[in-house]
Design a protein around this ligand. Structure first.
Ligand code: PHE
Length: 502
């Protein structure tokens, strides 16, 4: 008998936990700021409705229908597409390998909040004390001990959360979803009452409607929606596979998607009111601050904390709250990635779940070692850029074609409408068959042009090949290779049975 979520609420919380992560905390605010401020909400919601929600609903429903993770589920739709599922699983694995490193940094920063270690300048602290950053990706220079240690801690936390599958996940997500939101609201109440906060909000939300004419802004919105909802990386299919037959996946999808969007928006309020305050105290314009990516969380924010009124104790409390928020936001995304991998393997090979989990965690730790060297940040940046763009786009296009055209979007729509309270009309088919793949195609063309024009991040070509294209190639080769291994339970007659079933 397949494992089941303890209740509907627990499933919803776990899915929100996966969706809400580092992507909401810094990616969204930065994106909004760079892409038209308040006007960015328009492409964002269009992307959410035309692609994010349709895909999320599709993945949860596929998992539920086939009661299996991505590889087995896709394999049942069409034998040749099992490899696509494995490709998605391996992409999850790669993301997990560096996501845990970033989680580890939040441990370093919790400690630093108490010791005030960054008082001599947060940028220096981040680069010299924590990362001990080298001159470039070619200069590995050994490990940075503080991040090696906290990465191990992060892996132990991830292992601990998923050690009993959906049962332990169910217990953990009650905390890791509610706590960061409470902390965020609390931080928001404090920061909005600081001087300069309103100017900060002005920066964030001042709508620039001209931005809507720029295709890049639309591409950014679609990319952000996919990443933020955790779709296309096998995670939501695995989570859906633990749902019972009668679950209302249409309503659940709407709840998950809007909770994710709401928390992104809230994170933006917290971030920009804080930046406004910094502008007020230090006189540095927001445009000159690091407002997106790692710099925001690990340089600009600590800087702001060290300027808060109220002395050391208050600053320590705010630092702890902020980095605890970051950790709890991220941990349930990290373990959902691991759960996606483990579910894929256990469904196919029928291995013992606990050992598989342990092996995945150890392998993830070993693979992640490159990111805790002194050149780690460079490699993290390169690997993230390629897996999160190239793999996401291509997997997305093929997945839409597979489900929309080969399996038939109408079949899956009838399936989820049967038990769903909210009914989806024919427009859903159009989104899955046309709009989502076309949006992805558009993004991919722009992405390719961009990469031909200039090397990403100014890195030398050889490093982009090694950390980018080689990693992409490995996920494809191993992914499609795994397809040819026999699954444990597949006796010949069952293969035909599954064929008929599909
Ligand atoms: N959605 C997560 C975030 O916003 C990241 C993630 C992507 C998690 C894909 C799982 C799968 O940070």
């Amino acid at each position: 008998m397949r494992d089941r979520w303890g209740s509907r609420t627990i499933f919803i919380l776990a899915a929100i936990g996966s969706a809400v992560g580092l992507g909401n905390a810094w990616r969204f605010p930065g994106m909004a700021y760079q892409n038209g401020g308040g006007a960015f909400l328009i492409p964002y919601f269009v992307a959410l409705i035309t692609a994010g929600i349709p895909l999320l609903l599709m993945e949860i429903s596929i998992g539920k229908k086939f009661q299996a993770g991505a590889p087995t589920a896709f394999g049942r739709i069409h034998r040749r597409f099992e490899g696509l599922g494995w490709w998605a699983v391996l992409t999850s694995f790669v993301i997990a390998a560096y996501y845990t490193v970033i989680l580890g940094w939040s441990f370093n920063y919790m400690w630093a909040s108490i010791t005030q270690a960054w008082s001599g300048g947060a940028a220096d602290y981040f680069q010299k004390s924590i990362l001990q950053i080298s001159d470039g990706p070619g200069d590995i220079g050994g490990f940075s001990l503080p991040v090696l240690v906290t990465m191990v801690l992060a892996w132990i936390s991830v292992w601990w959360c998923v050690r009993n599958g959906v049962h332990s996940v169910g217990k953990v997500v009650k905390w890791t979803v509610t706590l960061p939101v409470v902390l965020m609201i609390f931080l928001g109440i404090r920061t909005i009452t600081l001087p300069g906060a309103i100017e900060g909000l002005n920066y964030y939300l001042k709508p620039d409607f001209n931005a809507l004419l720029d295709v890049k802004v639309w591409a950014a919105a679609y990319g952000q929606v996919f990443f933020s909802l955790s779709v296309l990386f096998s995670v939501m299919i695995a989570y859906g596979s633990f749902l019972p037959e009668d679950s209302d996946t249409t309503t659940d999808t709407m709840i998950i998607a809007f909770a994710d969007a709401g928390i992104s928006f809230l994170a933006g309020l917290v971030v920009f009111t804080t930046l406004g305050y910094m502008m007020h105290t230090s006189g540095v314009a927001i445009a000159d601050m690091s407002i997106s990516g790692l710099g925001l969380a690990f340089v600009t924010y600590p800087e702001a904390i060290s300027q808060l009124p109220g002395g050391h104790i208050i600053q320590a409390i705010f630092g702890l709250m902020f980095f605890l928020m970051l950790f709890t936001l991220g941990i349930d995304s990290a373990f959902s990635l691991v759960e996606g991998v483990v579910t894929g393997l256990v469904d196919k090979f029928r291995w013992n779940r606990s050992w598989t989990l342990l092996a995945v965690c150890v392998a993830g730790f070993l693979g992640g070692l490159i990111f805790v060297t002194k050149a780690g940040l460079y490699w993290l940046d390169i690997v993230d850029y390629f897996t999160n763009n190239f793999n996401l786009i291509v997997i997305g296009i093929i997945e839409c074609l597979l489900v929309g055209w080969i399996y038939g979007s109408e079949k899956i729509r009838t399936y989820f409408n049967e038990t769903g309270t909210i009914k989806f009309g024919k427009w859903w088919d159009a989104m899955i068959r046309f709009v989502t793949p076309l949006a992805l195609l558009g993004i991919s063309i722009m992405w390719i042009i961009q990469n031909i024009k200039e090397n990403y991040g100014g890195y030398e070509t050889k490093y982009l090949i090694l950390g980018g294209w080689l990693v992409v190639a490995i996920t494809i080769i191993i992914g499609f290779g795994l397809m040819f291994l026999r699954s444990r339970e597949a006796a010949p007659e069952q293969i035909t049975e599954m064929g008929v079933d599909a």
